[in-house]
Design a protein around this ligand. Structure first.
Ligand SMILES: Nc1nc2c(c(=O)[nH]1)N[C@H]1C(S)=C(S)[C@@H](COP(=O)(O)O)O[C@H]1N2
Ligand SMILES: [Mo]
Length: 196
């Protein structure tokens, strides 16, 4: 768990989510409009760069596919910049957030998402390190350009694949990635065995 700086949390009553950038029809949803969209439950493993994983976490929210279909993503869009309240943002490849790979979540473990964990709503992108999952999410901007976010500018890996342990920039050469990727697999195997 890691929170950068002092978050500026918007209460549910004032919360809005904006989809903009390279889309045909940018839009902004308030809490009620967001909940009028089809909601989904999803169970995923999450991986933090500080080497913890949480398996089978249960969330509720809206798939980014739903939001993007409504906005109409333009052909030149290749990246998503996920902005929080305050300073925080994270950059993602479009490929990693479409096809049921990413959600805007408002519930965790059957309960409303707490402020600490990004409530009222956060991004969840399970296939990448958890710093890519912007808490206190307010804006999703489609872009032709890759624009580094908060941690990426400070030296975190630009992509952040937990299976290759792409944690910090400069540590992503192929040889090193191959050895380290066994680390995550081993930790997950141990964790699953401990549970059984
Ligand atoms: N807005 C915002 N989102 C953020 C962060 C942050 O500092 N600000 N930290 C990231 C990091 S580094 C991690 S590991 C996760 C932590 O989520 P958690 O507090 O629910 O464990 O949120 C990510 N999203
Ligand atoms: Mo983190």
């Amino acid at each position: 768990m890691l929170t950068a700086g002092t978050p500026r949390v918007t209460p549910q009553s004032d919360w809005t989510l904006t989809i903009d950038g390279l889309v045909d029809a940018p839009f902004t949803l308030d809490w009620a409009a967001f909940h009028a969209l089809p909601q989904q439950e999803f169970t995923v493993d999450i991986h933090c760069v500080t080497r913890w994983s949480k398996l089978d976490t249960v969330w509720h929210g809206v798939s980014l596919d739903t939001l993007f279909e409504r906005a109409g993503v333009q052909p030149d869009a290749a990246y998503l910049i996920a902005h929080a309240d305050g300073e925080y943002s994270a950059n993602l490849k479009l490929h990693d957030v479409i096809g049921e790979r990413a959600f805007v979540a408002t519930r965790f473990g059957g309960k409303p998402l707490t402020e600490e964990h990004g409530g009222p709503a956060r991004l969840v992108v399970p296939r990448l390190y958890f710093w890519k999952s912007t808490k206190w999410l307010r804006r999703l901007t489609l872009s032709e350009w890759d624009i580094k976010g908060f941690w990426e500018r400070l030296g975190y890996h630009n992509y952040g694949d937990p299976w290759k342990e792409q944690r910090y920039r400069g540590l992503d050469d192929q040889a090193a990635s191959t050895t380290r990727s066994e680390g995550l697999a081993r930790r997950i195997r141990d964790e699953r065995m401990r549970r059984e």
